[in-house]
Design a protein around this ligand. Structure first.
Ligand code: SF4
Ligand code: SF4
Length: 354
């Protein structure tokens, strides 16, 4: 059990995306995991019973840890070679050069890159430290990766500023040669009545999803894989989509920060801590602690609306980080209505009723 996101440089990043909540953190002090903590991480994961262990090297921008750090990762994976280490890295791609690409190719890392749609929509949001758009730098990094036969999956963040440009965003990504795309709705954290300039409402997210679906249909190209559509199309066949936001498997995701502290998935922030790899001896010790047991129970609680819902087993009350308290006994997924309506919409379109 368990997937691990390791924030090797904490929230430290070389970009200043307009919507990024990490901008509030100190971005002048470089934080980086020590080699002692890195080795402790491998010792800790070695206590897991499973043979294959997925590790996502994250940040901030993880490449800021430097090539020597990544070489140490490989050294330790060879040292703890009873496990099969499945590595991925999530990067903004602006620092990729041939040496990085060669490293990822040789060591079989899968690479995810953040691109926010077309050049125009991307450059409106993903800025460098001197407020310049980063699209050309990102695409340059992606081209270098492709020279080394690495074809990264894309995470595209959708905000209140960009959801209206769904077509443009999708076409921009396809024109740049991307075929595996995941759209992230930028979550609205503002309390009721207050304005959040980036957070998407339920209706805005639904509007975006419908447009993407219609464009995808007209393209008629099964090679184009869009996570959100794959999820909804799986539901229509009563199959569970293979992604944590649909599966209720949040408790299997852990973040290790650069100091070795352990948290749930990065999206949940630091309100709950499970301790530290420096003090916990084994993974079993972690999951048997009352703080973990209680937290797991709390995220598994379903409001009445979910208990009565036709999508209950295909949705599991959505992403835990997108739930809001209500009067139904447990927090409800904020994009619940768009999920229900999008399911009906796709179902009708597939069955020719719309
Ligand atoms: S669609 Fe809404 S009601 Fe149904 S399980 Fe998901 S969050 Fe709950
Ligand atoms: S918080 Fe959301 S994204 Fe993170 S593991 Fe849970 S369901 Fe997945």
């Amino acid at each position: 059990m368990g997937s691990f996101q390791v924030k090797i440089v904490g929230d430290y990043c070389n970009l200043r995306c307009t919507y990024c909540r990490n901008r509030d953190f100190d971005q002048n002090t470089k934080t980086i995991m020590t080699l002692e903590t890195l080795e402790r991480f491998f010792v800790f994961l070695n206590s897991l019973p499973q043979e294959k262990i997925r590790v996502s090297w994250h940040g901030g921008e993880p490449l800021l840890a430097g090539k020597d750090f990544f070489n140490q990762i490989i050294r330790l994976e060879k040292k703890y070679s009873k496990k099969e280490w499945l590595n991925s890295v999530q990067t903004n791609a602006t620092l990729i050069d041939h040496e990085w690409a060669e490293f990822f190719s040789t060591n079989k890392f899968s690479v995810g890159v953040s691109v926010d749609g077309s050049e125009r929509t991307h450059n409106g949001a993903r800025l460098n430290a001197i407020k310049q758009g980063t699209y050309s730098k990102v695409i340059q990094g992606v081209k270098i990766l492709r020279c080394h036969n690495i074809y990264p999956g894309i995470i595209c963040t959708v905000t209140k500023k960009t959801f209206k440009y769904a077509d443009e965003m999708l076409h921009g990504l396809l024109d740049a040669g991307f075929k595996g795309i995941a759209f992230n709705a930028f979550y609205n954290t503002a309390s009721e009545g207050k304005r959040d300039v980036y957070g998407l409402t339920d209706e805005e997210w639904l509007c975006f999803l419908k447009k993407i679906f219609e464009t995808w249909l007209t393209l008629n190209n099964p090679e184009i894989k869009i996570r959100e559509l794959d999820g909804a199309l799986a539901w229509v066949k009563s199959k569970a989509a293979n992604y944590c936001m649909y599966k209720g498997t949040c408790y299997q995701w852990f973040v290790i920060d650069y100091e070795g502290k352990i948290y749930p998935c990065e999206r949940l922030g630091k309100a709950v801590t499970f301790g530290s790899i420096n003090s916990l001896k084994t993974f079993d010790e972690l999951i048997n602690q009352s703080v973990f047991v209680e937290w797991k129970k709390s995220i598994e609680r379903m409001p009445q609306k979910c208990q009565d819902c036709k999508l209950k087993m295909l949705c599991h009350n959505g992403c835990v980080s997108h739930r809001q308290a209500n009067n139904e006994g447990a927090p409800l997924y904020s994009y619940c209505e768009s999920r229900l309506k999008f399911y009906d919409y796709i179902n009708d379109r597939i069955n020719g009723r719309r």
